[in-house]
Design a binder for this molecule. Structure first.
Ligand SMILES: [Zn+2]
Length: 154
């Protein structure tokens, strides 16, 4: 049974994924991530998400992500759109609420799985939002305004 990014999974399902080292990968369209989408110039671009579940420290559930792709942002210097490339890795220890104080995480991020369950799309969206620059702009000044340059030549 493939994992659906937009489904909610209970902690016992997550435990089974972790025990069986479940992994998968899929493309996710930014247009389906409404919180992220509101920060983007357009819904162009695509995101590939690879993930695997595992048991760490003997019995704790964990999910590891590799998120890559590109999204279109608006440069705050020249007001032209540009592609921002994403290459993020993240690992979370997944806990039920009553386990929270029991774990030594070695600095790994801990995520408490609510009664509602875990939704992978929400997690991916959080990672993507955190990966966006605070001020979007072309990497180099020289890249700014190239579209305006081209247009003015015609
Ligand atoms: Zn620019």
């Amino acid at each position: 049974m493939p994992i659906c990014f937009e489904s909610y999974y209970s902690f016992s399902e997550i435990y089974n994924f972790s025990k069986s080292s479940y992994s998968g990968k899929d493309f996710i369209e930014t247009i389906r991530l409404s919180r992220l989408n509101s920060s983007l110039f357009s819904s162009e671009g695509s995101i590939l998400c690879e993930f695997y579940f595992s048991l760490i420290y003997k019995y704790h559930c964990s999910v590891t992500f590799k998120i890559s792709g590109k999204v279109q942002l608006l440069c705050q210097r020249c007001l032209e759109p540009f592609f921002h490339y994403i290459n993020e890795n993240a690992q979370y220890i997944l806990l039920e609420s009553d386990q929270a104080s029991l774990v030594e995480s070695d600095g790994k991020d801990i995520l408490i799985v609510s009664e509602e369950g875990l939704n992978i799309a929400v997690l991916i969206e959080d990672e993507l939002i955190l990966s966006l620059p605070i001020i979007a702009s072309h990497k180099k000044n020289i890249e700014c305004g190239s579209l305006a340059d081209k247009i003015s030549k015609y």
